[in-house]
Design a protein around this ligand. Structure first.
Ligand SMILES: [Zn+2]
Length: 94
């Protein structure tokens, strides 16, 4: 089971977008009703809550308009970075 982390692209946001790619079946991609396209998942940023879409093949995008004429792929990162950030947050809140 693999969890992939991506960096949120929101300015000032240090959050992460996590996806678990083990559950995805490339032959059976669900149709996302909200965006009307094929997407595996609709993850949210761990901090600002911004919504993203996971589309084949495991890229995470921000949809700027519903016709998909405008979208942006966000930067992938690693779980270590995410865990470091979570520890940072814990320290800040205690
Ligand atoms: Zn964010």
């Amino acid at each position: 089971m693999a969890i992939e982390a991506h960096k949120c692209n929101q300015p000032e946001c240090k959050g992460f977008v996590l996806i678990e790619n083990a559950d995805f079946d490339l032959k059976d991609i669900p149709l996302d009703e909200k965006y009307g396209c094929y997407a595996f998942d609709r993850p949210h940023c761990s901090e600002c809550g911004k919504e993203f879409l996971v589309v084949p093949h495991y890229i995470v995008i921000e949809v700027n308009d519903k016709d998909f004429s405008e979208w942006e792929q966000i930067e992938s990162t690693c779980m270590t970075q995410f865990e470091r950030r979570q520890r940072e947050l814990k320290m800040l809140s205690s």
